[in-house]
Write a protein that binds this ligand. Structure first.
Ligand SMILES: NC(=O)c1ccc[n+]([C@@H]2O[C@H](COP(=O)([O-])OP(=O)(O)OC[C@H]3O[C@@H](n4cnc5c(N)ncnc54)[C@H](OP(=O)(O)O)[C@@H]3O)[C@@H](O)[C@H]2O)c1
Length: 169
């Protein structure tokens, strides 16, 4: 059986999630939370997001989705379809004894997999930056808010933010 699929994203007030294949802000608190939420789990990500991160993140297993049969990268699982990503993530979750699979973006992968997502852990960033990549349109009425936190801004955070968890109704 496929473990639950949890989407993690940081979204600005204007829907922006990326610019020039990078994040348009620096939020140390959010990076720490991402690490905590993903540790020990398989993570599915698009080839562009993977290249923006630039390396496999330690303590997790990265499954990179691409249509390019020539794409290679060390230390990650490369797959060529969403179905193959879910199958590989399911297999790796079992091997890692992980209780969930993470969908780590970017926008193209969020859009392609949103119908299969069970939970979302969203960081709403209190900025409206320029960007070229947006979180896909979502029918929010299908999502029930489970938890909301308003942590204090750390010195190294560019902005204030909220952490909000959703479960599919
Ligand atoms: N704020 C956040 O939480 C957050 C999170 C993640 C990423 N980001 C940002 O988002 C941006 C990247 O997002 P993006 O939408 O441009 O790219 P992406 O979703 O990371 O990657 C897109 C690539 O994934 C592959 N792909 C997508 N659908 C596929 C399918 N059905 N089958 C096989 N391969 C598939 C293709 O790779 P090939 O071209 O190799 O075929 C496609 O070009 C960056 O700016 C990044 O910093 C932000």
């Amino acid at each position: 059986m496929t473990p639950p699929l949890t989407l993690i994203a940081a979204i600005a007030e204007n829907g922006v999630i990326g610019k020039d294949n990078s994040l348009p802000w620096h939020l140390t608190s959010d990076l720490k939370r991402f690490r905590m939420l993903t540790m020990g789990k398989p993570m599915i990500m698009g080839r562009k997001n993977f290249q923006s991160i630039g390396r496999p993140l330690p303590g997790r297993e990265t499954i990179v989705v691409t249509r390019d049969p020539g794409f290679t990268a060390e230390g990650v699982h490369v797959v060529y379809s969403i179905e193959a990503a879910l199958a590989r993530a399911t297999e790796r979750a079992k091997a890692m004894q992980a209780q969930e699979i993470i969908l780590a973006g970017g926008a193209e992968l969020y859009a392609a997999m949103i119908d299969q997502v069970d939970r979302m852990k969203i960081t709403f960033v209190d900025l409206a930056p320029d960007g070229d990549t947006f979180f896909p349109a979502i029918n929010w009425s299908q999502w029930e808010e489970e938890n909301r936190e308003r942590p204090p801004k750390a010195d190294k955070d560019d902005a204030t933010f909220s952490f909000v968890d959703y479960r599919r109704r």
